[in-house]
Design a binder for this molecule. Structure first.
Ligand code: GLY
Length: 364
């Protein structure tokens, strides 16, 4: 099994070096295979720093280390951002990883501050961290995104590092809200669930990036699988584990024969764009489920997803090529952004999962 994994990792790391040679700010998504960058890393800057840390783990070359440090440092002013539910995405792959690799305590301190900034966004009355505050001219303070589950491990980590234990209450209460309202009877999840922000009264399911309020936006399913699996691994909570497995069962039952999900499971068809990033994210959650349970089916599923990605979505264009590590991701179809392109989250989870699979398959 190791040959295709090694080859896919090799192509991925080469492409990371290629991206690094053409950007001077944080790559976000591609349009026509050219990176759109942002000066502050919006919500995806942590994935770029994370890709550099992963690449350094593989190559141990000084230039990649310098870049990983430099981009992590550039994210640090964002630790006080109290209008951003994505602080886990921003600081787990960057500052926490950088602290683990270098021992730099300012990275640990920064991640602890980011955790406090995230917990400060918790709505005590309603019982959730809202997805956005004001965005696109609208008030989103009652909208809860399934994606937020991915950010809660930052709080668990912070408590494990000695932060105020009340941060764990935020994790428990937000996750309870998500399990009660986002998770549907068939194991799929809503992308967004709306509440009255003053009282917490549930108003109904919705979407922003999916086909319809009650459809199954593929990446939302993946955020749920992996967010809940990460939380289960860190807390030992069986309810999170069972819920992650339910969403994973749903995801795999809807997967088309080519093994790459459409952008929304209710928009399946030959003309519909794929979302390779959804598969990359889900594969990481499945590997986590395998680690927690020891059940082989999770490893088989992760391998199936990653092999399909390596075969049909891995970018083999080399260091001088264009685009990201992973092709055929869709950032936001309803708003016509990054359709059949590359995304930082797809690229990051693809390489992270491949490296995790390599470790599991005994060829680290
Ligand atoms: N978390 C936003 C997205 O997946 O596009």
């Amino acid at each position: 099994m190791s040959n295709w994994i090694d080859s896919a990792i090799g192509h991925a790391v080469t492409r990371v070096h290629g991206i690094a040679s053409v950007v001077t700010a944080f790559p976000h998504i591609t349009e026509r295979h050219e990176w759109r960058t942002t000066p502050d890393g919006v919500w995806t800057g942590g994935f770029w720093a994370g890709l550099l840390w992963l690449s350094y783990e593989r190559t141990r070359d000084e230039k990649t280390l310098e870049l990983a440090v430099s981009y992590t440092d550039r994210l640090l002013p964002r630790v006080n951002d109290t209008h951003n539910h994505d602080l886990g995405f921003m600081f787990f792959p960057s500052a926490i990883e950088g602290w683990k690799v270098t021992g730099a305590t300012n990275y640990r301190d920064a991640a602890l501050q980011a955790a406090r900034s995230l917990a400060g966004q918790f709505n005590q009355e309603a019982g959730f961290i809202p997805g956005w505050g004001f965005f696109g001219g609208a008030d989103w303070s009652g909208s809860v995104l399934i994606d937020t589950l991915m950010n809660l491990p930052l709080l668990v980590w912070a408590v494990q590092q000695g932060a105020d234990p009340s941060l764990m209450t935020v994790v428990q209460r937000h996750t309870a809200t998500a399990l009660a309202y986002h998770l549907r009877a068939d194991g799929s999840v809503f992308h967004v669930y709306k509440f009255d922000p003053a009282t917490g009264k549930p108003l109904g399911g919705d979407t922003y990036q999916g086909l319809a309020p009650d459809s199954s936006w593929a990446r939302g399913q993946s955020w749920a699988i992996t967010g809940l699996a990460n939380l289960a691994a860190m807390t030992g909570n069986d309810e999170y584990l069972q819920a992650s497995q339910r969403v994973a069962d749903y995801f795999m039952s809807k997967l088309p024969a080519d093994g790459v999900p459409p952008w929304d499971f209710m928009a399946d068809g030959p003309a519909e764009p794929k979302d390779a990033s959804a598969s990359a994210i889900a594969s990481y959650g499945l590997l986590k489920l395998h680690r927690i349970t020891g059940e082989h089916r999770h490893l088989e599923r992760a391998t199936r997803l990653l092999e399909a990605l390596a075969t049909s979505c891995g970018n083999r264009s080399g260091e001088g090529g264009e685009g990201g590590v992973l092709l055929h991701s869709t950032a936001d179809l309803p708003h016509r952004l990054g359709i059949d392109e590359s995304t930082m989250y797809g690229d990051y989870y693809y390489l992270k999962s491949l490296m995790a699979l390599k470790r599991v398959s005994g060829h680290a």
